[in-house]
Ligand binder design. Sequence first.
Ligand SMILES: Nc1ncnc2c1ncn2[C@@H]1O[C@H](COP(=O)(O)OP(=O)(O)OP(=O)(O)O)[C@@H](O)[C@H]1O
Ligand SMILES: [Mg+2]
Length: 391
Amino acid sequence: MRVTGTYERSSVSGEEVSAFLPNPLPPQGPPLDLDTEARRLLEGATEALRRLDLAVGMLPSVSWFVYAYVRKEAVLSSQIEGTQATLLDLLTFEAREDLDPEIEPDVDVEEICNYLEAVNHARAELGRSDGLPLSMRLLNECHERLLSGARGANGMPGELRKSQVWIGGTRPANAVFVPPPHHALPDLHSALERYIHSDDGLPPLVRIALIHVQFETIHPYLDGNGRIGRLLVHLLLEQYGLLGQPVLYLSLYFKRHRAEYYRRLDAVRTAGDWESWVSFFLEGTVATALDAVETASTLVTRIAADRSRLLAAKSTTVAALRLFELLPDHPVLTIPRAADLLTTSRPTASSAITLLTKAGILTETTGRKRDRIFRYEAYLERLGAGTEVGE
Ligand SMILES: Nc1ncnc2c1ncn2[C@@H]1O[C@H](COP(=O)(O)OP(=O)(O)OP(=O)(O)O)[C@@H](O)[C@H]1O
Ligand SMILES: [Mg+2]
């Protein structure tokens, strides 16, 4: 059996605790063995990502999908932690925030907004020639954004933990897994950073799978390790050139297969079983990427059909058509927001919205006379926005 690390024993309140110190990547003695099945999965995953990249590249406006998909991943990743908000809650909040910048999100929506800020920060840094490279420092900055606000405060935002944590059980002594002692974190991080920027000849997608486990095993923060570790996967997909845009919502797969996700992580540590983890990760990539390709193409079809209908309608105005083209970026809208986007008066925006509503494209959702909120339902439905996505 492969050994993936060593244990450091210590005594906590008179009880013996064994903290796990993972060996540096890549897996050694024996090296990672990608059998025929794994190679087939790898090919499938690479092909699925290529198709997804193409599907996105073919769109008239990439931002349509990136806007929605980054938000979908943010919602899904936060739902694993137990946040209840849906994509629709997030989009509705964003529409209302446009109306009134003072408005405060509820804690669940705030958590998702924080995740979005973390993603945007990382991508902005990585995209700038003088920005931070993919490093622990960058992840710490993301963590700071992720855990800002009331709920995150106890997780030491932006800081590595200074105490022992454990997973499963009520205290370190009876835990399923005790991550490395905090004094080991600096060395573990430099080794992980070195690995991220090295080339060991393994396929990039496989390397991403290994890096995710290593990150979760190191468990550098008091809280938020799962979310930052999933964010890391997305940053790596771009860094390694596998996807040009963040349009893979892999968290859906981890969420649906949560028990197996944890079991596979455990098996790497306890049985040295990297291979099963890699297969699980690749299966998830194939399923999620194909799902996204499918969603992208049904959305394109739907948008095209709605556009033709609008063009064919007698009363259609230029403002209505222009507003329609903005909907995929702003699927939840208020009249002031529409006026803003069209740089026009509120009455003009209002009649454009009325036209889109009559054409069956927009639906008013509040039932109120004032502060009304309109949604592009067909689009949101296809994104699975109203429910716990994918369930
Ligand atoms: N047995 C395990 N071995 C290694 N890592 C594990 C194990 N069980 C869970 N994890 C990781 O720990 C994460 C949870 O840690 P933490 O609570 O710090 O993160 P989070 O972002 O707050 O939560 P969540 O991942 O549930 O959204 C899980 O998502 C998983 O990646
Ligand atoms: Mg947590």
